[in-house]
Design a protein around this ligand. Structure first.
Ligand SMILES: [Zn+2]
Ligand SMILES: [Zn+2]
Length: 243
């Protein structure tokens, strides 16, 4: 068992992607192809079911086509549609924690394949896929940008090009601990555009791992729209309820 774990670990340090079984438990992949979760793990993941709210990507329960939070929100989100893979609960929390903080970039492969499926379902067909950038210092700390790896996998599945159009210009505090006014101040000019030629008149899918309040993604989407993007949609792995 130790041996089985040690070899992929060793190859990973050499920079290889190892086509493992289910990256969470080592079980057989659900669809028989490498780099997919096993049936057991898939069943435990809290997938968001249709119909979903286009504002925040959450499940809809009532008869309206937007959720009460988005309907009554002071400020609407700047994107056209939002889609999310999971509710930020139980096993999804665990998977995202492993992906972001436990040096498991190989989770990008199955997560990216599932995310491409969600795009297909939501009929999101952008010209470009753009990752939400990390501040360079955080990138250095973590060694990889989880949103960029995810974009790479989604791009591979859908054959849609991935471009780094944004730069994070400001080290921002954890949004979740701030109130609305502080969040807006915190994110003021947090992003800048790197490549406005590729942004202009394009339909862009902005990708991140988690949407908590939506204010980080709003700031990034507004930067793209201010640089001439025709439309922005967002896709995240998991979403938390808005406050
Ligand atoms: Zn598994
Ligand atoms: Zn909503």
């Amino acid at each position: 068992m130790l041996f089985k774990k040690a070899i992929p670990g060793f190859l990973k340090t050499l920079g290889f992607y190892v086509p493992l079984n289910c990256p969470l438990c080592g079980g057989a992949p659900a669809d028989g192809t490498p780099n997919m979760f096993c049936k057991n793990c898939l069943e435990r993941l809290p997938f968001i079911r249709n119909p979903v709210c286009p504002g925040c990507g959450g499940e809809l329960y009532g008869i309206l086509d937007v959720c009460p939070d988005c309907l009554h929100a002071e400020k609407k989100f700047p994107w056209k549609r939002a889609a999310a893979l999971f509710k930020m609960d139980g096993m999804a929390k665990e998977v995202i924690y492993q992906y972001k903080y436990r040096n498991m970039p190989e989770l990008a492969r199955p997560l990216g394949r599932l995310a491409a499926g969600v795009m297909e379902q939501a009929r999101i067909r952008p010209d470009l896929i753009v990752p939400t950038p990390l501040h360079w210092f955080r990138h250095l700390q973590r060694g990889y940008n989880q949103a960029a790896l995810l974009c790479h996998e989604i791009g591979r599945e859908t054959a849609i090009p991935v471009r780094n159009l944004l730069r994070r210009t400001k080290w921002t505090k954890q949004q979740a601990r701030l109130d609305r006014k502080q969040r807006i101040q915190n994110l003021h000019q947090a992003f800048s555009i790197i490549d406005s030629t590729n942004c202009k008149d394009r339909c862009i899918l902005l990708v991140d791992d988690v949407m908590t309040t939506g204010s980080t993604l709003s700031a990034a989407a507004e930067t793209l729209l201010a640089s001439g993007a025709a439309e922005v949609d967002v896709l995240v792995l998991a979403r938390r309820q808005r406050d």
